[in-house]
Write a protein that binds this ligand. Structure first.
Ligand SMILES: Cc1cc2nc3c(=O)[nH]c(=O)nc-3n(C[C@H](O)[C@H](O)[C@H](O)COP(=O)(O)O)c2cc1C
Length: 203
């Protein structure tokens, strides 16, 4: 990892900015649902977000490359296995994300499950930037369809895009796994808006 590791306060600010913003990400989705769905759900978006956050997840970085050759990637915790036969995985991308058009047009993407010692890299890919790869080029190599793949993730799934499904203010990307690898190290976890080191239990 060659990117400068952010200080603790910077990490906290970024994590909380993403997690607590009521207009972006979850908040907007829930507010929209409460207005538009039958019966006007009596749902407090912030409370629902807090409740959903009790579901501990891993942390992934998803990457692709545009037709013009520009590498694109972001941090997600919406990754899920879908099917073994055929081998399918899914993840969700916010409709307002700057990387939306790149992922919508791409034929391939790679999902990297992050290890506990990849916290800084995970935060790096959770911040919007013109070229997120410039500072971390050494961490990547060319994968399927020439997309950038992380050399040393906890697990890696190189996928051909199978379908994209509407999901409120997110799009659900489903990919068919064409190649994968994994190693045995502690995972990076995300719970209640904070990263959690599975090895030490510290936040
Ligand atoms: C732990 C964590 C999980 C996240 N999960 C998602 C997710 O599942 N989907 C999503 O669209 N954004 C998610 N985000 C926010 C994106 O990483 C962030 O908005 C990023 O800047 C988007 O990349 P882009 O600006 O290049 O489009 C997550 C952020 C963090 C810190």
């Amino acid at each position: 990892m060659t990117a400068a590791a952010p200080g603790p306060q910077e990490l906290l600010d970024t994590e909380l900015a993403w997690w607590t913003s009521s207009n972006e990400y979850f908040g907007a989705a829930v507010a929209a649902a409460s207005k538009t769905e039958a019966g006007d759900l009596p749902v407090d978006p912030r409370e629902l977000r807090n409740a959903l956050g009790r579901f501990a997840t891993g942390v992934c970085v998803v990457t692709t490359r545009t037709a013009a050759g520009h590498a694109v990637g972001l941090t997600v915790n919406s990754f899920s296995s879908v099917s073994l036969d055929p081998p399918l995985v899914a993840w969700c991308l916010g409709r307002k994300a700057p990387s939306l058009s790149a992922f919508s047009q791409a034929d391939y993407f790679a999902v990297h499950v992050m290890a506990a010692d990849q916290h800084a890299l995970s935060m790096h890919f959770a911040r919007p930037a013109q070229d997120k790869f410039a500072a971390v080029k050494g961490e990547f190599e060319a994968g399927i369809g020439e997309i950038p793949v992380l050399k040393n993730p906890l697990a890696r799934f190189e996928c051909r895009k199978a379908s994209v499904v509407e999901g409120g203010d997110h799009l659900i990307f489903i990919g068919r796994v064409e190649r994968f690898l994994y190693s045995d190290r502690p995972p990076l976890l995300f719970h209640a808006g904070r990263f959690l080191d599975a090895a030490t239990g510290s936040r």
